[in-house]
Design a protein around this ligand. Structure first.
Ligand code: HEM
Length: 273
């Protein structure tokens, strides 16, 4: 959907997104899930707090958001805070975002497209291939489960809802569409949200008086993922910048890309309030 030109099929996919993913019932039903995933983030930050260790804010929030999206779609975690082994999905999503946002000389001189001098197309294709492989295995596993028992056909998550639509007669929705939708939502929703939280935290640490004000105003918080996550981090901990740096030392420069990343990841040490 993200890559299609405005066309009948693009409109169709947007309609699927609106009717299957962004319904008020689905959003209401996932409220508890959002709370649970933010709670898991806070537990991870607590661990770091007890050990006096810095937290990579962007990376940790990315794990939270990927798991929120993966649980909404197919009811299990796709990323983890601690295990390097299960970081592949985050790595692939970030890889795609990095390479599709890179200025590519072959876009300006089409004669160079085949040569692909910076390897942008080769690397992006490689990331997409690996992401597709993971999504293929998740969809196959779900299809296997769905065909194994009548009870499992009950519609619980977005993937179930989409697979039911694919089975309908004369449907316009294909398995390739389902995979593309899943991929789009992981890419469009994860890096954007985690990066926004990271920037907001960096701004607050840069302005300690604003951080104190935010903490005192945060009694009860509910609403969008960015607000909920940021509010929970600010409300539950005091923060100091890692490596003995002062607020003025925080590097607020940005990298060029499709989403605006901090050049230096924000490393902050959580402390008990
Ligand atoms: C702070 C967080 C976010 C920011 C700043 C952001 C920003 C944007 C922007 C600027 C666009 C392009 C809009 C356009 O072309 O007119 C976009 C598109 C999109 N976003 Fe987000 N977004 C965020 C979070 C999310 C989340 C959480 C999701 C879903 C889980 C999401 C899914 C999408 C999709 C699917 C599109 C493409 C829509 C289309 O092609 O019709 N985004 N986003």
């Amino acid at each position: 959907m993200v890559w299609l030109p405005a066309s009948t099929h693009w409109k169709f996919l947007r309609k699927i997104a609106v009717t299957q993913m962004f319904t008020s019932q689905r959003l209401d039903a996932s409220q508890a899930l959002r709370g649970k995933k933010v709670q898991e983030l806070l537990e991870y930050v607590h661990e770091n707090c007890n050990n006096g260790q810095a937290v990579d804010i962007g990376k940790s929030v990315l794990t939270t958001v990927l798991n929120l999206i993966s649980n909404t779609f197919f009811s299990h975690d796709i990323a983890s805070y601690n295990s390097d082994l299960s970081q592949e999905f985050s790595y692939l999503v970030l890889g795609v975002m990095e390479y599709i946002g890179k200025p590519n000389i072959a876009d300006y001189f089409p004669i160079l497209r085949l040569v692909d001098p910076q390897g942008v197309r080769r690397k992006t294709n490689n990331y997409f291939k690996r992401l597709n492989h993971i999504l293929d295995s998740i969809i196959s596993e779900r299809n296997r489960l769905r065909s194994s028992s009548v009870a499992s056909k009950a519609c619980h998550d977005v993937l179930d809802a989409l697979l039911i639509l694919v089975e309908e007669e004369n449907t316009e929705l294909s398995f390739a569409d389902i995979k593309a939708l899943l991929r789009d939502f992981f890419m469009a929703g994860s890096d954007t949200t985690s990066s926004t939280v990271e920037w907001a935290m960096a701004e607050l640490l840069l302005n300690p008086d604003k951080l104190v004000k935010a903490k005192t105003e945060l009694q009860e918080v509910d609403g969008p993922m960015v607000h909920l996550t940021l509010a929970s981090l600010v409300h539950s901990f005091d923060w100091k910048i890692a490596d003995g740096l002062t607020p003025q030392d925080i590097d607020m420069s940005e990298t060029f890309g499709i989403t605006l990343h901090k050049r230096e990841p924000l490393q902050a040490i959580p402390m008990k309030t």
